[in-house]
Design a protein around this ligand. Sequence first.
Ligand code: NAP
Length: 258
Amino acid sequence: MTGNKKENFTGKVAFITGAASGIGRATALAFAREGASVVVADISDQGNQDTVRIIEERGGKALAVRCDVTQTEDVKAALNKTIDTFGRLDFAFNNAGIEPSKPAPTAEYEEEEWNRIIDIDLRGVFLCMKYEIPLILKQGGGAIVNVSSGAGVIGIKGSPAYSAAKHGVIGLTRAAALDYAAQNIRINIVCPGYIDTPMMDRFTGDTPEGRAKVIAEEPAGRMGKPEEIAAAVIWLCSDAAAFMVGHAMVIDGGQTIQ
Ligand code: NAP
């Protein structure tokens, strides 16, 4: 965790998608801080290398792998590299995702945009789990956390694809959690609210007015920090969460309970 107590993830291996930026990078750093070797998997080569450099500068172990989560061969190759380099897989954080490029009501929503978002934000999570699970089973179990969103628990006007994908991640995760609960793989979900990342900068235009509009929706009166999501992921992967199965943990400053 990010507090005083350290998890003992020494000797364990974590595979993290979307780890070149934002929540994924913060979580990669958190796993490394807890002693895990970290596989940084993202489509951004430069971002991957930057995350690995930060981990190594802090004394951790990490591997950068270019991986587009919509491409089966990329996912398989990235996981093969994980095993070749570190010999095992204990944890996965399936976090790579994109936001809608522009809002539109359902009847006007472009099919291409629908397909793009479902492909990355939902099918990508399925593909990653499909190839992670056999590796985690091989060494007796572990934990997976998938990323949904506040948009996974409430509908978002003008955002049918993102809402569907993020609701879908919760359903997918619950099914998978039931499939593997008896085989010692715990699979859970985090649902972040507005978190201050490059994705949020694109969403708000990174202007004071854009940021203020988003913050006005947050009862906590601020955006969340990527490290606050990372802390929840670490906890969900730790033994402290040994009885958490298929849970969707909302971390959103109270946004979706209004
Ligand atoms: P971010 O800063 O944009 O980071 C996402 C990373 O995923 C980027 O490095 C991106 O690369 C990468 N990526 C995109 N498509 C990919 C693909 N096909 N395969 C592999 N990597 C890919 O976003 P973030 O805010 O950290 O968001 C991370 C996750 O949290 C997403 O699933 C998002 O939907 C979810 N989430 C975020 C918020 C928020 O407020 N920030 C709220 C709720 C949920 P490029 O930059 O090169 O595209």
